[in-house]
Write a protein that binds this ligand. Structure first.
Ligand code: ADP
Ligand code: AMP
Length: 217
């Protein structure tokens, strides 16, 4: 049983690592961004509401986000653990998450913080491409698909997220500094924080995370 949170600024590599970790640990990868985007694509009420914030690079309000994640964490596949990617992003969310888990008789085991310098984040975000079909993430230079524009996993079409446009990236980085960066201290004080140097190859980051979690993968 491993209940893990992956934190870090936009573009740090949370989704990339979470995907592999989830497969290795046989637990679900829960990305709040992916859930919002699936709702936007499906045209749900939640998607329409969330998109007003996401398109500007702002955070979706805490009550909306926590309502959504409470439902997701209650699903059966979370009973033996999960990798939470993209939540919490505020102290309010962190407290609410602890309360939801406590209600279920659970707690977080580790919070992995992936640290990457800002100039690298901009390069990673602007080169990011995502599969429209399965949400697998690529990078034009750092992690390109075998066939340009096509997902290696499912053959789906790759696209650029609207919020990965340069104009939105800066706001997302500012929002991160103002609202999410304080979570590093918050979780350090609880003794849950594992800090990882994310400014290295995808595979080396994975190895460092594995070592930090005491898993030999
Ligand atoms: P996040 O989920 O933290 O926003 P992603 O996992 O989507 O970040 O990664 C952002 C971009 O950077 C993607 O295009 C991804 O392919 C690329 N990337 C991820 N990890 C690394 C790494 N260690 N080195 C270089 N590029 C990376
Ligand atoms: P991500 O896919 O993690 O980069 O998230 C994309 C966007 O979804 C963010 O810029 C936010 O607008 C929104 N979002 C994702 N997770 C959260 C969260 N925990 N709280 C508020 N907004 C979120």
């Amino acid at each position: 049983m491993m209940n893990i949170v992956l934190m870090g600024p936009p573009g740090a590599g949370k989704g990339t690592q979470a995907e592999v970790m989830a497969r290795k640990l046989f637990v679900p990868h829960i990305s709040t961004g992916d859930i919002f985007r699936a709702n936007i694509k499906a045209g749900t009420e939640l998607g329409q509401l969330a998109n007003q914030y996401i398109s500007k690079g702002d955070l979706v309000p805490d009550e909306v986000t926590m309502g959504m994640i409470k439902d997701r964490l209650s699903e059966d596949d979370c009973k033996d653990g999960f990798i939470l990617d993209g939540l919490p992003r505020t102290i309010v969310q962190a407290d609410a998450l602890a309360a939801i888990l406590a209600e279920q008789g659970k707690k977080l085991d580790k919070v992995v913080n992936i640290d990457v310098p800002t100039d690298k984040l901009i390069e990673r975000l602007s080169g990011r491409r995502v599969c429209r079909n399965c949400a697998q993430t690529y990078h034009l230079v750092n992690n390109p698909p075998t066939e340009p524009g096509r997902c290696d996993e499912c053959g789906g079409e790759l696209y650029q997220r609207a919020d990965d446009a340069v104009e939105t990236i800066q706001n997302r980085l500012d929002v991160y500094q103002a609202q999410s960066a304080p979570l590093i201290e918050y979780y350090a004080a609880k003794g849950l924080l594992l800090s990882i140097n994310g400014d290295q190859s995808i595979n080396n980051v994975l190895v460092e995370v594995g070592n930090g979690l005491g898993l030999n993968w």
